[in-house]
Design a protein around this ligand. Structure first.
Ligand code: NAP
Ligand code: MG
Length: 492
């Protein structure tokens, strides 16, 4: 089957009926729709319902009723686990179609899309394994032996899951899988730029046996649908991935009924390269650390601090490799870097490049639009940016690396921590001692030694400082959808 045939077979039969509420596909109450654009070709790939607060209310009510009726949690744990595995099976079986859809909406290269779709399936397998293993503790109670105490873990309730556009299918899976494993019911809000493939995920969960009302989807604008969800008094939990400013709004809105909140926000992750680093390992590590997904990754290694003895050689090698990256439509064979998501992001990133140069950085490679259609930006490297330059402080979320030389490791560590973010960091060195010294010193929730962005489901993921609240994945990721109850019984 060629790409076009695959697309025709897999395209979501979209007539704007993209709200999933209580197992039924509906149009928005207002009848309004939004177009979804291919960022490589600027073609419209589909339309989604522009939900509003009333649609959100319907979806939350459906999730509430499904939760209170225990439609999901009354199923025996082995059956719930089987359903999560069935979701993973269906994702894996449809990986080619889902990956093509992901490229059409997000722009990433097809092999990467396949990888992220399969990563979504793995999230369901990992969390399926937790179902039936969620447990509390028992213990003596100091008031006397006639007392007996134990704890149970219970699902928090209705969870609003708000996902961004930079890995839309996978990020939805990363939230839906632990929420379902914990026994929550869900209202999922995809990013307006990338909603269509998320609808395929929702369809798959229904086909795999998730009861109606357990997973609901409301498409539409963040400022409308997202805002209504986080303010809704009947939502018990918000799990959000996106920008720090919206994260801050969510915290304020959640205060209404003290929603439990997990936030995965931005980053400005430092990478420290010491003179003794192995260049063959470091060059691709640094390059992919920033250019993967056109720099639209929360853990992007966007600040490079390289020791003076290796600096020139490293910048030369990374720039040469960056200039050779094949930029283009993610569906074309051989493409290594796709477009950025939207005109808004394109303008924002180009503005940062200009500011870097005007604030004193040297443009080593890139810095321009690539081609004449689509939101393509050349892989860009800025060298010797002043420590307080905007490009060193702010998250760019594009294919732009800011590099700085250093002499003293202490200074580099201090600079690495001189950020309001603390999502990730990395070090390249052949010294075991230095590797672990830097790993210990950098204030970040994720850290890599001689590699970048290598992740696994059992490893908790999240940030220090303004990069977020709480952790996703692993046991902590499950815990984020659970409450703990302490019970004391008097036996006689
Ligand atoms: P964003 O506005 O934070 O979007 C993330 C999600 O939140 C989307 O689903 C969005 O919906 C929704 N949203 C927007 N406003 C909301 C509100 N008031 N209440 C509840 N939900 C709301 O991010 P963006 O504007 O798309 O991207 C801007 C910057 O955010 C990027 O340049 C990057 O720095 C950062 N970002 C970080 C990550 C990450 O992985 N940590 C991911 C994406 C973006 P709509 O899409 O419909 O607006
Ligand atoms: Mg937005």
């Amino acid at each position: 089957m060629n790409v076009q045939e695959r697309l025709e077979q897999s395209a979501f039969s979209s007539d704007g009926a993209t709200l999933l509420i209580d197992g039924e596909w509906r149009r928005a109450r207002s009848g309004e729709t939004l177009d979804s654009l291919n960022p490589a070709t600027l073609e419209i790939v589909g339309e989604v319902a522009a939900g509003n607060a009333e649609d959100v209310d319907d979806a939350v009510r459906a999730a509430r009723v499904a939760f209170d009726e225990r439609r999901w949690t009354k199923l025996p744990p082995p059956l719930r686990a089987k359903i999560l595995h069935a979701i993973a099976d269906r994702i894996e079986a449809a990986v080619d179609e889902l990956a093509v859809n992901e490229v059409r909406e997000n722009g990433m290269p097809l092999p990467m899309a396949r990888g992220t779709i399969l990563g979504g399936a793995q999230a369901f397998r990992y969390f399926a394994g937790w179902i039936g293993k969620i447990h509390g503790q028992t213990g003596e109670v100091s008031h006397g032996e006639q007392f007996f105490g134990y704890t149970t873990k219970e699902p928090i309730g209705v969870a609003a899951l708000i996902v961004p556009w930079n890995g839309p299918f996978m990020m939805a899976c990363h939230k839906v899988a632990p929420a379902l494993a914990a026994g929550c019911t869900v209202v999922l809000k995809p990013a307006e730029d990338t909603s269509l493939n998320t609808l395929n995920l929702a369809r798959i969960t229904l086909e795999a046996g998730v009861p109606p009302g357990v997973l609901n989807v409301v498409t539409g604008l963040g400022s409308v649908v997202g805002a209504a969800l986080v303010e809704h008094p009947d939502v018990d939990k918000v799990s959000f991935t996106g920008s720090t400013p919206v994260g801050r709004q969510i915290v304020r809105a959640a205060a209404g009924n003290f929603k439990r909140v997990t936030l995965e926000l931005g980053g400005k992750s430092p990478v420290i390269v010491l003179d003794d680093a192995d260049l063959a390992m470091t060059v691709p590590g640094v390059l992919n650390g920033i250019m993967a997904n056109a720099g639209q990754a929360c853990v992007a290694g966007s600040r490079l601090y390289a020791q003076r003895g290796i600096y020139d050689k490293l910048i030369q090698a990374v720039s040469d490799a960056a200039a050779k990256l094949i930029v283009g439509n993610g569906l074309h064979e051989g493409t290594q870097m796709g477009p950025v998501i939207s005109q808004k992001q394109f303008d924002r990133i180009m503005g940062y490049v200009e500011s870097g140069v005007s604030e004193g950085a040297e443009l080593v490679t890139g810095g321009k639009r690539h081609g004449d259609a689509g939101f393509f930006i050349e892989p860009t490297i800025l060298s010797r940016a002043p420590a307080d330059a905007t490009v060193v402080r702010e998250e760019i979320f594009g294919p732009v690396l800011s590099a700085m030389p250093f002499d003293d490791l202490e200074w580099a560590i201090q600079q690495a921590n001189n950020s309001r973010y603390g999502l990730a960091g990395g070090v390249y060195t052949s010294s075991l001692e230095k590797a672990h010294t830097v790993a210990r010193a950098v204030k970040a929730g994720n850290f890599w030694i001689n590699c970048h962005s290598v992740q696994d489901f059992w490893l908790p993921f999240g940030g220090y400082k303004e990069s977020g609240w709480g952790r996703e994945r692993g046991e902590m990721g499950l815990e984020a959808f659970l409450e703990t109850k302490s019970v004391v019984a008097r036996l006689y």
